[in-house]
Design a protein around this ligand. Structure first.
Ligand SMILES: [Fe+2]
Ligand SMILES: [Fe+2]
Length: 324
């Protein structure tokens, strides 16, 4: 596979698993096109044209020639200069890594992370929050995230990759969509009596079983295992980063009982508690691994070798047939 083919596969799989559905993603791209068309020429030159074809601002080829053929990749959750140097060291030993794939974005994909958060508006609407309310809350939160991520030194790993000449790509929301779909197919479709039942089911998934051994497994931030689970939603698995804390009240009113989340700030925890929601924290890096593995299995099927690193709990369902 070439780098371009891997990139296109990420967009394709991410779209197929997107909570907005294929139609919703097409509508989003159409809205982007309209925004672009209405821009004055001067502003058009600043516009990221890739965002007219790729709905995920945080999924991009950051460095490298897209036509390069890929036999071996190093894949992980966070890539900084250290991971790039690690790949270079391995290549000196004859490893032959052709491409680095990070989950968390870097470069312009990090600086524009907030752009994917619009996805959460549709996601919250699918859980029963009126779309205007979800949109109003998310608009404030998106500008907050843009300001928060603005001052970061976005290009460190991209610079390291460029200096050492190793292609680098990041696949963020496309993988998180895969993780969300996998989890939603279990936890939003099956019935769970108690929160404890939800946690037990979570621990049956091989990535989480491993995370428990690493002392980074699922935990409860609010509620109790004895509590009735009510309606379970996987509302905090995709869409860039943590949404608005005001959403908990609306979700509770919409009939949600338990939320499965990758991670939550103290502020959000307080708010979920106030509205009597059970907040099941599945674990951050392990949950990112679930989505990553679904994609990496597809690369493996196409003959690409994978070196997992940077916290990625690699479970190959093609090799082991393990797990759900
Ligand atoms: Fe993620
Ligand atoms: Fe993450």
């Amino acid at each position: 596979m070439t780098i371009e083919e891997i990139y296109q596969l990420a967009i394709k799989m991410g779209t197929a698993a997107d909570p907005r559905g294929k139609r919703g993603v097409e509508k989003y791209l159409a809205r982007q096109k309209k925004i672009y068309d209405e821009l004055p020429q001067r502003k058009k030159e600043e516009f990221d044209l890739e965002s007219l074809k790729n709905p995920y601002s945080d999924t991009r080829i950051l460095f490298g020639d897209p036509s390069v053929n890929v036999d071996k990749i190093m894949a992980g959750i966070d890539f900084d200069t250290g991971e790039v140097v690690l790949a270079d060291r391995l290549n000196e030993k004859g490893e032959g890594i052709d491409l680095l794939i990070a989950h968390h974005p870097a470069g312009g994909a990090l600086a524009s992370l907030h752009e994917v958060m619009d996805l959460q508006v549709d996601l919250m609407a699918s859980y029963g929050v009126p779309i205007n309310v979800a949109e109003g809350m998310m608009t404030n939160r998106i500008s907050e995230v843009a300001r928060k991520f603005g001052p970061i030194n976005h290009y460190r790993s991209v610079d390291a990759a460029r200096i050492l000449g190793i292609p680098l790509m990041c696949i963020h929301t496309a993988w998180d969509n895969l993780g969300w779909r996998f989890m939603a197919d279990i936890f939003e479709k099956e019935e769970f009596d108690t929160v404890g039942d939800v946690v037990s089911e979570l621990k049956k998934i091989p990535e989480y079983a491993q995370a428990v051994k690493f002392k980074a497994g699922p935990s409860l931030f609010t509620g109790s295992e004895k509590n009735r689970a009510g309606k379970v939603v996987v509302s905090e698995f995709t869409g860039g980063t943590e949404g608005s804390k005001e959403i908990y009240e609306k979700l509770a009113h919409a009939g949600v009982g338990s939320i499965i989340s990758m991670h939550a700030s103290e502020e959000n925890r307080e708010e979920a508690k106030k509205h009597h929601l059970n907040l099941v924290i599945a674990g951050h890096i392990v949950s990112d691994s679930v989505g990553a593995n679904i994609f990496l299995d597809e690369l493996e099927k196409r003959g690409v070798h994978i070196i997992p690193t940077s916290g990625l709990i690699r479970v190959s369902r093609t090799k082991s047939g393990k797990g759900r």
